[in-house]
Design a protein around this ligand. Sequence first.
Ligand code: ZN
Length: 512
Amino acid sequence: MKNLALARKWRPKNFETIVGQEFIVEALKNSILGDRLHHAYLLSGTRGVGKTTIARIFAKCLNCHTGSNPTPCCECSSCVEIDQSKSIDVIELDAASNTQVDNMRELLENANYQPTSSKYKIFIIDEVHMLSKSSFNAMLKTLEEPPEHVIFILATTDPEKIPVTVISRCLHFNLMQMTNDEISGQLQNIFYEENIAYEDEAINMISKHADGSMRDALSLADRVINYTNGNVSLEKLTQILGITSDGVIDELLTNILDNNKQKVLDLLNKLKEHHISYESALKVLSEKIFAISEEQTFGGGNKSIQRGKQVSLQLLQTLYQISINGLKDLPFSPSQHIGFRMTIIRLLNFIPTNNVNAIQLEKEQINHNESIENHEPKKKKTIENIQIDNWDHVVDQIKPGMAKTLAQNCVVKSQEDNFLYLIVDDRFKHLNNDKYIKILEESLYTIYGEKIKIEINEETVTSTPAQKKQIEKDDALKVATDSIKTDSKIENILNEFDAQIIESTIKSTKIN
Ligand SMILES: [Zn+2]
């Protein structure tokens, strides 16, 4: 028994040991208890979620010699034979290898005979969507007038491919993918029972890699156990999977965003030494970029993302697109290694050289917003809070109008007690009048709860909020222009039609 694969050994034998799928299990149990059985059930769901396992348990419930009930005895000859796939009254068919109508006719002829030693004759047809059209037609005839003792349990990964005439005669259950937590929990139980040492991180990685399939999780666990002689460690697991631990990709992405080329190169060389799967590395990288975007859009999602790492959403979109394209292009690259490195180079090329400033600027914005959202008793803001470098944020809070335009074209020169001295850009000096200054003073009173006197001088200035916004827009336009110029699809179109890009028509989608 020691060498029996975990997936087979730990296959649930009754409804109580099934992990997840509570609603379906409950519905099937109730249909037995209430004696409301259908002649055909359809179980759909991705591979490895337990469709045939549930089908077999249901068959045991129906045919148990102690009488149909939701908790089969698992000891009578019917239960034991179903567990061993030997029951003469439970016929299992894999449609993937029996698509011909003859097989189906043979099967359905069998349906007309009474069960040999049980209450029902049960047909479990796996991957039923693979049946040919004529096989489905043959089946439909039986489904339309099913013999009293016949029950079909159909399983499929692709219900879309089953004719609606068949689906409409089935009670359809869609099995949910198992969550990572459900898989992790089950793995912990099994490892404990099997006396296998494990690391929590390794369990988490197996769950993540199994992508909702308990069967995949267990077969991966089997591989690690065989490879390590019963010690499931993260290090061995990453070797088997040919993947990197998340930490290395985190570090790589951080340094790409910081435009730290030397460190990126060091990491690339380090990755090469470890013979990783570049496909999985690119997938993890895309996941990380997605996670940052999600964190920035909805907030509070992924705790593993450093909040300090603020990059514009537009840039993240571009980076995501590049890494996904890199993944698609990987099979066409001279080698996986070159394909991966090329993608990293493209990512680096799209990091604006002023990104460090952009990060700083956005950090301030975030901190600022957080302080506004903070529900703790607010510290009273005073004139000391208005600093030259947060004038932009003050301006953002002023209501739109000419006074705001005036503020947008001013910089703070100095401040003294409750006096604020500003300089207005020469070109906007016509707005420098008492009416707008009064509105600005009122706005500051609303923001700071304190009377602040404003005095504005006229000079040539170059760093007003409006001017800074324009520079940001120019940068965004440059990124957009670069991305169009380096896009291989656009290049193909240009060559194909002998066309030209009119640069003046390019617009950045960043909304300001
Ligand atoms: Zn039984």
